[in-house]
Design a protein around this ligand. Structure first.
Ligand code: BYC
Length: 331
């Protein structure tokens, strides 16, 4: 038993158990992580490490699955067969990413049903970005360019996250995200070089998606309750602000190449730091969206609840088939 002692801490007026780990095991674990060894499912790990990973990986999985909704809604309206095929492939990739991630989280002792129920009950989060509406075709290109671009920035370091199954899932996810980013950039490139109306549509999409994309990296470091411990355990390899800065530095020249303007009056190159200075996202809006107030939050969760209910017969049929096979083998 790895729990050496259970103390009681107070959360408001509710007592909650605090797990105090065996100091020797904890020190050995921290030394392994510091030496960049992967932690594997059957290895000993502190309870807080397991919980943090379940939270982060399941949120990541939910984001992939909820992220299929705004794009799925555009497959039938994509302007050409080529664009339709690309979008279809991208949305299918996202389903795959969700599945690898749910599998990675399951190795930590939580079931996919439990994770799904937490999402449907509004207890588990998914990325704030998917609580914004997709109004025009330019939004599809811009999501690929900025949203998948931000996702890659966050996920490339996660290929070296300390938990083996999560790190390995990220390798394939990153390859596919890279295609997603490029197809998005190419779609925006076509619009930006098109008619004045098309270029205006691309600019409007950039205006609406820029700030929500910066928010994808999470709150500023000094308001990020999980970062310090996650960095120490190498779950996260970079802080929220470090990744946000890298994203801005890479994306600004891409916007310039398109002839589009980043909607930030405070954006300017800072020679000294070798990066851009940029304005402050509206963190009140971010925290409101995190708590479920985004313009599309209700619609997204309703769609997921309906999908779960409508899929009940498939799950029942699969279970009945599995029971029949087991009975046949036993006979
Ligand atoms: N949205 O202490 P912090 C995709 C929450 S899918 C919602 O900094 P942490 C794509 C955070 O959970 C991309 N919630 O947290 C798919 C925490 O809440 P709790 C998804 C957010 O975990 C389809 C609280 O705020 N990528 O790209 O250290 C189509 C305090 O934050 C957000 C991932 O999930 C947010 N943006 O750092 C197209 C990557 N930010 O649970 C594209 C994996 C923060 O403590 N996740 N919160 O109450 C991570 O890297 C980290 O979890 C985060 C946050 C950087 C997001």
């Amino acid at each position: 038993m790895y729990v050496q002692e259970v103390k009681t801490a107070s959360l408001g007026d509710r007592p909650v158990p605090v797990v105090v780990e065996d100091p020797a095991r904890l020190a050995a674990f921290e030394a392994r992580v510091a030496a960049d060894e992967f932690v594997e499912p059957k290895d000993w790990m502190p309870e807080a490490y397991r919980k943090t990973l379940i939270r982060q990986i399941s949120q990541h999985a939910h984001s992939e699955i909820v992220g299929m909704l705004p794009e799925g809604n555009w497959i039938g309206r994509a302007p050409t067969l080529r664009r339709k095929a690309i979008l279809l492939a991208k949305v299918q990739d996202e389903a795959g990413h969700g599945l690898y991630l749910y599998c990675a989280a399951e190795t930590l002792g939580v079931s996919r049903d439990q994770m799904t129920q937490a999402l449907l009950a509004g207890k588990a989060k998914y990325s704030t970005i998917f609580n914004y509406p997709t109004l025009t075709w330019a939004d599809m290109g811009t999501i690929g360019w900025l949203v998948d671009g931000a996702a890659i920035m966050n996920q490339v370091p996660l290929q070296r996250t300390s938990y083996g199954p999560y790190a390995r899932a990220m390798v394939r996810v990153c390859k596919e995200e890279s295609f997603h980013q490029r197809q998005g950039y190419e779609a925006v490139m076509v619009l930006a070089a098109g008619t004045p109306e098309q270029k205006a549509m691309a600019q409007d999409a950039l205006d609406r998606w820029w700030w929500p994309s910066l928010m994808m990296f999470g709150p500023p470091d000094d308001q990020s309750p999980n970062s310090a411990q996650s960095m120490r355990w190498r779950i996260k390899r970079d802080t929220n602000d470090e990744l946000r800065q890298k994203f801005v530095d890479i994306t600004v020249p891409q916007a310039e190449a398109l002839g589009l303007k980043i909607p930030d009056p405070d954006l300017r190159w800072n020679e000294e730091k070798g990066g851009y200075d940029f304005g402050t996202p509206d963190w009140d809006e971010f925290f409101a969206v995190v708590s479920g107030e985004g313009p599309m939050a209700h619609e997204r969760l309703t769609a997921r609840r309906e999908a779960w209910d409508n899929g009940a017969w498939v799950r029942d049929a699969a279970m009945a088939h599995a029971d029949k096979r087991t009975a046949r083998v036993a006979a």
